[in-house]
Design a protein around this ligand. Structure first.
Ligand SMILES: [Zn+2]
Length: 270
């Protein structure tokens, strides 16, 4: 599943290819990708020009002159830019025909992704974006401390709660707990303000490093399309051995999510 850094990579990559290009026509092959009426979606965007792409958490917002739409890739969603002659695959669900005989295509093997028209001026104050907490880049230590101090969830789970702080998914939540040298099952409320400040800085660092690594892929997209997935160096997530102490990484389920940590380096200290 793409996380914030991958979605940011998709945003930056797409911006290089589709800004100031017209959407001449839109074909929808699988209606359920569109939330709301697909015909309204088509009609609103037909003839529009994409002027910018914004991102809030894991949502992309395509801003046109008069309208805007929001896109969430969920598990497997990705965008391709291909010649209009390219055959439509069975996983192609939405096609935006642009100029120069090129298409922006949305593909999704799992069909979980969604697109929806949204108010271009007030989208941040409307659902679903208004339910999201601030990103780690935006929140203050004090505000994060207040939120975690009253939270009885395990830290790992609190990091995944998008209403506390948005943009951290399962992979980076595991990595952040590793950098903190903290057992992911530790209650979020046990963290001191000093540790919360560290948590905020570590979260920003982990996300920024991933965004930087994604940055190298910006100018090269291939037949795989733009899904922003790239090789990130992971310390614990999906790993067998701790890079510090070389002891085996342990996998447990924390609130139904696969959680990787080093029991030696990440001691429960509270
Ligand atoms: Zn270790």
């Amino acid at each position: 599943m793409p996380e914030l850094p991958e979605v940011e990579t998709v945003r930056r990559t797409l911006k290089n290819f589709i800004i100031n290009r017209p959407l001449l026509d839109i074909d929808i092959y699988y209606d359920r990708i569109i939330q709301g009426d697909p015909v309204t979606f088509q009609k609103a965007l037909q003839g529009e020009t994409i002027i910018d792409i914004d991102r809030v958490g894991k949502y992309l917002i395509f801003l046109c002159q008069h309208h805007a739409f929001i896109s969430h890739l969920r598990m497997e969603g990705k965008f391709h830019i291909v010649s209009s002659d390219e055959p439509i695959s069975k996983h192609t669900h939405v096609v935006f025909h642009m100029d120069h005989h090129e298409d922006l295509r949305y593909l999704d093997t799992r069909k979980f992704g969604r697109m929806e028209l949204i108010d271009p001026l007030h989208y941040k104050e409307l659902p679903p974006l208004n339910k999201l907490g601030p990103e780690p880049f935006e929140i203050t230590t004090e505000a994060l401390y207040q939120r975690l101090h009253h939270c009885s969830l395990p830290l790992k789970t609190a990091l995944l709660d998008q209403s506390i702080m948005c943009g951290i998914g399962n992979i980076y939540a595991n990595e952040i707990c590793f950098y903190m040298r903290i057992d992911p099952r530790t209650r979020a409320s046990r963290l001191s303000q000093k540790r919360v400040d560290e948590l905020r800085r570590v979260s920003i660092d982990v996300l920024n490093r991933a965004i930087e690594q994604g940055g190298t892929t910006i100018h090269s997209f291939d037949a795989n399309g733009i899904h922003g997935l790239f090789q990130v160096e992971l310390n614990v997530h999906g790993q067998k051995e701790c890079p510090i102490c070389h002891q085996p990484i342990k996998k447990v389920m924390v609130q139904n999510r696969g959680t990787y940590f080093c029991p030696h380096c990440q001691k429960k200290r509270y």
